[in-house]
Design a binder for this molecule. Structure first.
Ligand code: NAD
Length: 466
């Protein structure tokens, strides 16, 4: 899709004009390429003072596996964790070194005064983060803390991280990971996602990592041997999801309505997957999915991506537009999940991933039907997550909430509204379908057993609903 303004500000004259007029200056975001290292630069690691070393030990182990070049501030005691993991860290001497990733273990911060350590670690390096850099803070879920001082300090991290996401610009993202005590071993898939170019358009997010079972994976093909079904896979975001899941090793069953058969077949054959034409709102949808899945020994993941918009202000909206959107975007997902769970179509450790929208978080003019359906998806995810936890089969459910993604859907929006949607986020640009797909692949990974009940926005930290 064309972004003429974005192209213009990449030119030397465009840069000058945008700078002088204080206009948004989108940069070309790093995106993942197979064969490239996950972390494309050096990592500065720090740790708040305190006794608990569990987070740092896990971080150090992961950095060792990533073969990242690691720096520490000279007075940092994170060095012990790094050397125990065999990482030879260099000293950050305050010189010209630039960092691709700033990673701070804030899990020991236990009162308002100790928040100063956030300032101390980040202040001196705030100007030394590379384009498309990553800022990652790890804390403890405040809701699990009974001590008021500790809870307020951990909750405070959210304001810090979200502000950094808005300040640093140049495609730099900022995230907060709350890891439950005892779940530090489950950080792998999340740290790999957030340190890499896979999370190009995800910023200002708060993710909770819990103790669920994660399965060891071959990181070069984390979805190898898995069968995954994607609804609405003939085009747009669904097509990108199917391609990324296949790239990561999965056999993908691509599903779409019969009218999309030709496009669907093309996508399926290009990724050596299979095609299934069925309307997800039809009575037989569950049984048809079950039959296709059975041929491959069951489903390791289902991605509920299919969705429609039928925009009208409430006063002008006919009943059919309301019914259709609620039925496709929400009702069918609830019905299909029930069917697949009741009939053992989903295997142990299966991953259910739903596609919501920032409209479901912020609301949107002309979208009472759509926003209701997409908010309902978040409700469904939260309630199902508890249910899956009780089921004890290692299954998880999570959602992505895309913001402005460059697709046929957004290309059809009138110019002025489209430009506003594109620029009103920390990246000053729209995301690509692949950005949503990479986020879904992270949730769909067998290694993501610690992620259950999260809704992560893929919106470049959109101002809407922030
Ligand atoms: P799209 O219209 O390009 O693709 C949607 C696909 O779903 C189509 O292939 C369509 O045939 C299929 N589909 C619709 N109804 C179906 C049914 N009853 N049964 C089976 N398949 C059906 O849309 P997109 O932009 O790729 O959006 C994909 C998802 O992302 C949707 O859930 C959408 O609400 C959500 N989303 C998109 C954006 C964006 O900016 N494009 C933003 C937020 C959320």
């Amino acid at each position: 899709m064309s972004d003429r303004y974005g192209d213009f500000v990449q030119s030397s004259i465009g840069k000058k004009v945008a700078k002088n007029l204080g206009l948004p200056m989108p940069v070309d975001l790093d995106r993942f390429d197979s064969g490239q290292p996950l972390v494309r630069g050096s990592v500065l690691v720090g740790r708040a003072n305190g006794d608990d070393n569990a987070v740092s030990a896990s971080v150090a182990r992961i950095l060792a596996e990533l073969h990242a070049e690691v720096f520490v501030n000279s007075r940092d005691d994170v060095k012990d964790a790094l050397s125990a993991a065999g990482v030879k860290a260099k000293a950050n001497t305050g010189g010209d070194d630039k960092f691709k990733v700033l990673l701070f273990d804030a899990s020991n911060i236990s009162n308002a005064d100790e928040l100063k350590q956030m300032y101390e670690f980040f202040h001196t390096v705030a100007r030394r983060v590379e384009k498309s850099g990553r800022v990652i803070v790890i804390g403890r879920p405040p809701e699990a803390l009974t001590d008021i001082e500790e809870a307020l300090a951990q909750r405070a991290l959210e304001g810090f991280v979200k502000s950094v996401g808005k300040e640093f610009k140049r495609g730099i993202t900022a995230q907060l990971i709350y890891v439950e005590e005892g779940a530090e071993q489950n950080l792998d898939s999340t740290l790999r996602f957030f340190t890499s170019a896979r999370s190009a358009y995800v910023s200002g997010q708060v993710v909770r990592v819990s103790k669920g079972d994660s399965v060891d994976v071959d990181w070069t093909q984390p979805l190898g041997g898995k069968t995954m079904l994607v609804t609405g896979a003939s085009r747009g975001i669904g097509e990108a999801i199917a391609r990324v899941l296949a790239r990561e090793g999965a056999h993908v069953i691509c599903l779409d309505v019969p009218q999309q058969q030709a496009d669907l077949q093309k996508v399926a054959s290009e990724i050596s997957g299979s095609a299934l034409t069925v309307d997800i709102t039809s009575e037989e949808a569950g049984a048809e999915i079950a039959e296709a899945a059975k041929k491959r020994g069951g489903l390791d993941s289902i991605v509920h991506n299919a969705g429609v918009t039928r925009d009208k202000t409430l006063a002008n909206m006919d009943e059919q537009k309301w019914d259709m959107v609620i039925n496709i975007n929400l009702g069918s997902i609830a019905k299909l999940n029930r069917y697949l769970l009741d009939n053992d179509v989903l295997k142990d450790n299966a991953r259910i991933v739903c596609v919501s929208s920032i409209s479901g978080i912020a609301g949107n003019l002309g979208q009472t039907n759509y926003a209701t359906s997409k908010a309902g998806v978040i409700g469904l995810v939260n309630a199902t997550a508890k249910h899956l936890e009780d089921n004890a089969k290692g299954m998880t459910i999570n959602a992505v909430a895309p913001g402005f993604i460059e697709t046929q859907m957004t290309e059809a929006i009138p110019f002025a509204i489209r430009e506003a949607g594109r620029r009103m986020n920390s990246m000053s640009q729209g995301g690509l379908p692949v950005d949503v797909a990479e986020t879904i692949a992270w949730f769909a990974s067998p290694a993501s057993g610690g992620l259950n009940g999260n809704t992560v926005r893929v919106c470049g930290q959109s101002l809407l609903g922030a």
